[in-house]
Design a protein around this ligand. Structure first.
Ligand SMILES: [Zn+2]
Length: 337
């Protein structure tokens, strides 16, 4: 199995975030990716590959000009400087100027996702990992993994947040949709609001997310079962909420009875998995209680669909066990021919 990762994804170091008024150590560290990389390297059946540069068009297909411009503006920040918006304008959107870093709040929805002069570099290499993972599946690989860090599923066409800048899974889905119907399934603890928004009106990409209750957990404003798509996309968006503390038996039941049945009804040609591991029992942010061995069982449920599959890394913040959880998940696809 190919696993895509570029070392410049490690150039970005968010140091802290504002959480409920407190300045805390940023959970989305480079150590996360390094831990995963080290564990992948120890597995002989995993072939690590460094992606080439992503064509700018692939990013533009997914994100608007203003968001891309803002990340370019951030490249002018001094080293060690990080910009956290403190104003999030709800009005006068027409005045938003992405060449002015002080307008970043127009394009951002939280205070945990800083910009600095390396954001563009790391985020575009992360996008490259998922783009080329999708390309490899189009070229005939049955399953491919992108160690996409920074993660992506909270980023929409014109907004960043939730530690996400470019929506890596959506970029992969757009590569695959040129050749068929795509199911984008999100197993991160948090609702994939960006992916939902990007494909909300699409009839060729089905988005399904299984997550903690957004009344209690990030992103708070969406991820509810009533959100089912609109226009041509009506019926092509699914949100499944599970209670705090969910363990594998209850997770599996929801996965089989609701989630996977809906995916099958859509009759996709390809599968993209937004693979977050903050559903792990020790995760400091997520509040489910899955074990390392459960990720292999979960992967086998997806593997049974027998679809060409791209797996994109999302969250997972208990760094010590993160690589083991990723390898456990990937091993569920190991026997695919
Ligand atoms: Zn998450």
């Amino acid at each position: 199995m190919k696993a895509f990762f570029h070392k410049d994804q490690l150039e970005f170091h968010p140091k802290f975030e504002w959480a409920l008024g407190n300045r805390i150590k940023h959970p989305e560290t480079t150590k996360r990716a390094q831990n995963i990389f080290r564990k992948l390297k120890a597995e002989s059946w995993i072939e690590l590959a460094e992606p080439p540069k992503i064509p700018l068009k692939a990013i533009r297909d997914n994100h608007n000009y203003q968001l891309i411009t803002l990340y370019n503006t951030a490249m002018e920040l001094a080293d060690e400087e990080a910009y956290y918006p403190s104003v999030f304008p709800q009005r006068a959107k027409a005045k938003a100027d992405p060449t002015n870093i002080n307008h970043a709040g127009f394009f951002c929805f939280d205070s945990g996702t800083p910009l600095n002069n390396k954001t563009w570099q790391a985020a575009s290499w992360s996008a490259a990992s998922s783009y080329y993972a999708a390309k490899s599946v189009l070229a005939g690989d049955p399953v491919s993994y992108a160690l996409s860090r920074p993660p992506g599923h909270h980023a929409s066409r014109d907004t960043y947040g939730g530690y996400c800048y470019f929506n890596n899974a959506a970029i992969a889905a757009k590569v695959l949709r040129t050749k068929g119907r795509v199911a984008l399934v999100d197993i991160d603890f948090h609702h994939g609001n960006g992916s939902q928004e990007i494909f909300y009106k699409s009839d060729d990409v089905f988005v399904a997310s299984i997550h903690g209750d957004p009344r209690e957990y990030f992103p708070y404003f969406c991820g509810f079962p009533s959100e089912q798509g609109s226009g041509a996309g009506l019926g092509h968006n699914l949100n499944v909420i599970l209670p705090t503390g969910t363990k594998w038996p209850a997770y599996k039941k929801a996965l089989r009875t609701v989630f996977l049945n809906a995916v099958k009804r859509f009759e996709p040609d390809f599968l993209v998995i937004s693979a977050g591991f903050d559903t792990y029992k020790l995760d400091p942010i997520g509040r489910f209680a899955l074990e390392t061995a459960d990720y292999k069982k979960m992967a086998k449920e997806f593997d049974a669909l027998k679809l060409p599959t791209v797996i994109c890394q999302e969250g997972g913040y208990f760094t010590r066990d993160l690589g083991d959880n990723v390898v456990s998940f990937l091993s569920g696809f190991k026997d695919r021919k």
